[in-house]
Every structure is written in C-alpha cells, then in structure tokens.
Design a protein around this ligand. Structure first.
Ligand code: G4P
Ligand code: NA
Ligand code: NA
Length: 194
C-alpha cells in the first residue's frame, strides 16, 4: 500500500535494526483516514471469503480491526490481555510472549463471540515474531471457526512471524512488507511478491 509505505518512510523512527516506531500515525496518535483505508484494502484483498468476523488483540490492533469490520460490514472482537472481573469463565486462551514488552501473558476471548460457523479474518498492526498472531490463530482453530487469513498492517519480513504462520497453513496479507531497515533507509518488498 503506497500511502502506508510513504508514511513509514517519512515518519517511521528506526530504534534498532528490529524495532520501528510509528507513534505519529499508527501506534499512539492514529491517522483515522489512513486506518480506514487499511480496512478497505483488507476488505478488497479478502473479498469473496464471506468473512463474518474480524479478530484482533488489544491495544494497537483495535483501530485496524474496526476499520476492516466497517469495510466488510461485520463486527470485530479483540482478544484481552488481562482477565476482567466481568469476564465469563468460558473463554478461549493462548499464552503469548511479547517481543516489545518482554513478558508472557495470557490472551482470552469469550466463547460467546467466536465459534463454529464463523469465517474469521485476523488483523493486527505488526507481524513481527508472530507470537501474538500465532496465539490468535490457535484460538480461532480451538473455537471451531474457519480462519480465512491474517492481515497485518506492517510486516517485518526479516523476523520469524511469517514463517511460523505459513507453517500453520495460514494465508497472510501485509499492507507494507519491510525486508530490511536501518536509520534513514527502509527497504520494502516488491508489490508483486506479496
Ligand atoms: P506478533 O508478530 O504476533 O505481533 O508478535 P510479537 O510478539 O512479535 O509482537 C508483539 C507486540 O509487539 C505487538 O504489540 C506488536 O504490535 C509489537 N511490535 C512488534 N514489532 C514492532 C515494531 O517494530 N514496532 C512497534 N511499534 N511495535 C512492534 P503488543 O505488545 O501486543 O501490544 P500493543 O501495543 O498492541 O498493546
Ligand atoms: Na499489536
Ligand atoms: Na503494538
């Protein structure tokens, strides 16, 4: 997605050879028009898949799942990282180790909001080590819902996430695929290699 790649080039801060900070338009302040455009693009790419639900994980995936849900005309659900007192005991769970926070946590989805008969698109801001996304894939499969694919806004192709998801037979579509990065220079994969 050209518009997204341009913003990453203009505003992305490369904190190390592995971490890209995009707080000005994606992870802290959010460009609402750009977010809505990512939703339309996911809807276009996965058209014909009869998606009934979008799934993400709090917090930074929510605005993109909402955008995809709007474009597809379906609800979205976000997996929770902390168990709330109001939450039912009937939940699907997965263990996730966070790469940016360095801690392991349990993600949960209430069983009422995911199950057989659903066709699910998982959406998230980053595809990096794949830990969070693999957890969501496992939750969808445990629920008996059909997984249509994973849509990532930004993929860091030099990390292992894509390989882990492909090994699970998951269709992946990323709107910006970074093959390498260093300060002042972000290299994207060619469009036709997606
Ligand atoms: P993933 O590939 O399945 O997303 O798993 P990974 O464990 O690698 O990444 C988990 C967290 O790290 C996610 O946020 C993800 O958005 C974030 N992340 C990974 N790489 C980058 C990066 O280069 N830049 C930024 N800004 N974030 C990155 P999270 O910790 O689950 O929390 P939240 O921010 O969504 O609340
Ligand atoms: Na995320
Ligand atoms: Na994040």
């Amino acid at each position: 997605m050209k518009q997204l790649e341009d913003r990453i080039r203009q505003e992305g801060a490369i904190l190390s050879d592995k971490v890209l900070k995009v707080d000005s338009f994606l992870n802290h302040q959010v460009d609402t028009e750009l977010a809505l455009a990512t939703g339309r693009e996911f809807a276009r790419v996965f058209a014909g898949e009869r998606i009934t639900k979008v799934l993400t994980i709090e917090a930074s995936g929510i605005q993109f799942a909402m955008a995809a849900g709007i474009a597809l005309g379906v609800p979205f659900v976000y997996a929770k990282k902390k168990k709330a007192v109001t939450q039912s005991d009937k939940v699907y769970t997965a263990q996730v180790h966070s790469f940016t926070r360095g801690e392991t946590y349990q993600v949960t989805v209430d069983q009422r909001y995911l199950g057989p008969g659903e066709r699910v698109l998982i959406v998230d801001d980053f595809l990096a080590t794949g830990a969070a996304l693999v957890g969501l894939v496992d939750i969808v499969r445990e629920s008996g819902a059909e997984l249509v694919g994973v849509g990532a806004v930004i993929e860091k192709s030099f990390q292992e996430g894509r390989g882990l998801l492909e090994a699970k037979g998951v269709r992946i579509h990323s709107l910006a695929r970074i093959v390498s990065m260093k300060p002042g220079e972000v290299q994207f994969a060619e469009e036709d290699s997606q």
